[in-house]
Design a protein around this ligand. Structure first.
Ligand SMILES: [Zn+2]
Length: 269
């Protein structure tokens, strides 16, 4: 198997994977979505809420605020030696919020949450939590824990986890007289007319929608759009909770553990 990095930023990873099988790619995609743990607020204790929103709505909004995750320092609550309902410093992070609108209506943003651990806090300071009118107050204590996306979407470390086949396009040798329909219709502008020929401008942008082949008046079309059976373009976009490469590494680790467990069970049987 060969992996080539196309694009890597703080939140996005795009790689070409060659000589791989669909079931493997799909397993990694699904594990990244549902099983790689990340931090999210799981419990909120309201101390004072004189805003117009109910406690539950505020708690829900806090839960869906992405938090930076420190996977090395925290345990999943079910795996933590404390086995406590309330958690311990190894499986829980406390965040507090104390906001008041003194001078008039104002918006309270995620940046006002104060975390006991600076490594675990909101990914962005700009997530609006609530609007307070003059004189209204919101004071609360929130507990964040590790969890998995299969339990609740707030514990999903990715907003995109997808792959597509690697495209392969064969263009006609000569430009068909007065026809550039294939190049015109492509929504991703993959094809272009250059030097009296239809050429491929951006192969990797192709989504294999086949609009170009359908638009061709010639049947069969001299334009061939196919895909490589064992090559994929995978895209992982993180919510900011974890670096995207870490999400992929964790996904492979989880798959490995599951296969090992399966193997041991088979031996026992
Ligand atoms: Zn614990």
């Amino acid at each position: 198997m060969k992996i080539e990095i196309l694009e890597k930023t703080d939140t996005n990873l795009r790689v070409i994977v060659k000589d791989a099988e669909v079931p493997l790619m799909n397993a990694l995609r699904r594990i990244a979505l549902a099983q790689v743990p990340c931090m999210a607020i799981d419990e909120v204790v309201m101390i004072e809420n004189s805003s117009i929103l109910q406690d539950e709505i505020i708690a829900h909004r806090l839960g869906l605020t992405p938090l930076k995750t420190d996977l090395n320092s925290y345990n999943l609550p079910e795996e933590c030696p404390c086995q406590s309902e309330f958690g311990c410093p190894q499986c829980r992070v406390t965040l507090t919020l104390d906001a008041e609108a003194k001078d008039g209506t104002r918006t309270v943003y995620s940046g006002e949450l104060v975390s006991e651990n600076p490594e675990v806090g909101p990914v962005s300071d700009k997530v609006p939590i609530i609007k307070l009118a003059k004189g209204q107050k919101l004071k609360l204590e929130a507990y964040a824990r590790l969890g998995r996306g299969k339990t609740h979407a707030k514990w999903q470390p990715v907003c995109v986890s997808a792959y597509k086949y690697y495209p392969s396009i064969t263009t006609p040798k000569e430009l068909c007289p007065d026809c550039t329909k294939c190049a015109d219709i492509c929504p991703k502008k993959v094809l272009e007319v250059k030097g009296g020929k239809v050429t491929v401008r951006d192969l990797l942008a192709c989504t294999l929608c086949m609009d170009c082949v359908d638009a061709c008046p010639k049947k069969p079309s001299p334009l061939k759009v196919e895909w490589e059976k064992n090559s994929f373009i995978m895209n992982i976009e993180s919510t900011g909770a974890l670096p995207p490469e870490r999400i992929l590494q964790e996904a492979t680790k989880i798959l490995g553990q599951q296969l090992k467990e399966f193997e041991e069970q088979v031996k026992v049987e």
